[in-house]
Design a protein around this ligand. Structure first.
Ligand SMILES: [Zn+2]
Length: 281
């Protein structure tokens, strides 16, 4: 990859493939990483005067299941083209009756209920390129970027969408949906929404000192919060299609609202000067 201006970006969006239609002058580039290839090419372009790199989380044909996504490669690839702030729109189930289909949640907490996903760059294990990273422990008390959250809330409100400010995203392994018992348990903890991709996306961003903001669109009430047949994939797709145009507009607006000068949030200091043993891209 050569490093021309057209191949750089400072904001990354990881989302469904419907999202990059808001980019102007799109360049598709292939990026390889020490962790293997990301989900797809990066689509680089401009939105609201900002340089944006879009990455289809599940691949452009939506062929990758949530538990098989190469999250490390995805975040690494974005950082390697210059990205420092990441927006992660995703479809989720509502765990509380008040959070029905069409609700937009900007969570401020996360609970990891995934199993066996690789969730660190600094696990001390050799990489395919032979490098051996140090073991590093990052603070993850507040998993999302505070200024990214503020930008997302402001953008949603500016577009007539009353977002839920805060709440806990529970991330499950998938690809199956939760049983009623699991869902009722999640709801009883007071958690707000349940998804399959929010982890380890957020923590890997933190390990690369990237800002990460989740925009969670509720497409259905989870099995424990409703009384019908339970979640169906068709239902999820229908609600997502209805709201995707709206979410695209909000995303475009968030991009214009993200801090442009030097970032001043905890995300920029998450490694606290600890030596990682590997150079960040
Ligand atoms: Zn930040």
């Amino acid at each position: 990859m050569s490093g021309g201006a057209g191949q750089r970006a400072d904001i990354g969006v990881i989302g469904g493939s419907g999202f990059y239609s808001f980019l102007d002058d799109v360049t598709e580039i292939t990026v390889d990483t020490p962790y293997g290839p990301p989900s797809d090419s990066l689509f680089l372009g401009e939105a609201g005067g900002r340089r944006v790199a879009f990455l289809p989380r599940h691949g452009r044909g939506h062929t990758l299941a949530p538990h098989l996504i190469n999250y490390r490669a995805n975040l690494w690839a974005l950082r390697s083209v210059g990205v420092r702030q990441v927006l992660g729109p995703c479809a989720v189930g509502g765990l509380q009756p008040a959070y029905g289909p069409g609700t937009l949640v900007i969570p401020d907490q996360l609970v990891d209920r995934t199993k066996g996903r690789v969730q660190s760059y600094y696990d001390g294990l050799p990489r395919p390129d032979g490098a051996e990273p140090n073991v590093v422990h990052v603070s993850f008390a507040d998993p999302y970027c505070p200024s990214g959250r503020e930008s997302a809330l402001a953008a949603a409100r500016a577009n007539g969408w009353d977002p839920v400010d805060g709440g806990t995203m529970c991330v499950v392994e998938g690809p199956r949906f939760s049983t009623r018992a699991e869902s009722r348990w999640h709801a009883a903890q007071g958690w707000s929404v349940v998804g399959m991709t929010g982890h380890p996306e957020a923590v890997l961003a933190r390990e690369l000192e990237l800002c990460y903001t989740s925009l969670a669109l509720v497409t259905d009430l989870d099995a424990g919060a409703e009384t019908g047949e339970g979640v169906s994939h068709t239902e999820v797709l229908e609600v997502f299609a209805r709201n995707i145009a709206r979410l695209r507009t909000v995303l475009f607006d968030v991009i214009t609202k993200l801090p442009e000068s030097e970032r001043d949030c905890l995300c920029t200091r998450s490694l606290g000067g600890q030596p990682t043993g590997i150079p960040l891209p």
